[in-house]
Design a protein around this ligand. Structure first.
Ligand code: HEM
Ligand code: HEM
Length: 125
């Protein structure tokens, strides 16, 4: 694995370690108040980043494009903003909500960009 694929897979591993640590913390403390943070870190973080990593590994020519690098940074920065924002909000600080809103929309924009990158690649030939 190289480039954008390797970056996405590294990000996926970081999400999995943080998300599972949070899951263990919830289970041990019997306080499931951070369940949405855990769920999104595991599924939108670990699983989605791993899917992106394997896509770019399967399509190395697409991974070379500048748009793929933009997709990585947009997804990484907004995703981290989303997870941290959610954690802080559920910890009882609703003032973080604008950060959460902006991060969510940027994360959606990242998915839209991925659709624009991936669909032409899989429909070629
Ligand atoms: C160390 C391993 C893990 C622990 C200790 C753990 C713990 C938990 C706990 C305590 C909850 C809250 C359950 C509730 O309140 O109903 C939860 C929910 C959840 N977990 Fe984990 N988890 C782990 C791994 C994972 C993994 C690997 C994934 C996915 C790849 C995952 C995805 C989810 C999801 C999606 C929910 C929300 C389920 C719902 O909507 O009801 N978890 N987990
Ligand atoms: C634009 C980004 C996203 C926003 C704003 C968002 C928002 C939400 C909201 C408001 C809920 C309900 C939470 C609750 O009732 O406590 C939810 C639940 C959930 N979402 Fe998302 N979501 C986003 C992206 C995703 C993505 C990309 C995935 C998976 C790949 C995902 C997986 C889930 C799961 C598994 C649940 C159920 C677990 C829970 O209740 O926390 N979400 N999401």
């Amino acid at each position: 694995m190289q480039g954008v694929a390797r970056n996405f897979f590294t990000l996926a591993i970081i999400y999995s370690l943080c998300g599972m640590a949070l899951g263990l913390h919830m289970a041990i403390s019997a306080d499931h108040g951070q369940m949405p943070t855990h769920a999104h870190t595991m599924v939108a973080g670990w699983l989605m980043s791993a899917v992106f990593a394997f896509f770019y590994h399967l399509f190395p020519a697409v991974a070379q494009k500048t748009l793929a690098v933009v997709h990585f940074w947009l997804t990484a920065i907004s995703g981290i903003g989303l997870m941290i924002g959610l954690y802080v909000m559920l910890a009882g600080h609703p003032a973080i909500e604008p950060v959460l809103g902006i991060s969510s929309m940027a994360f959606y924009a990242g998915m839209l960009l991925f659709a624009f990158i991936a669909l032409p690649a899989i429909w070629k030939n």
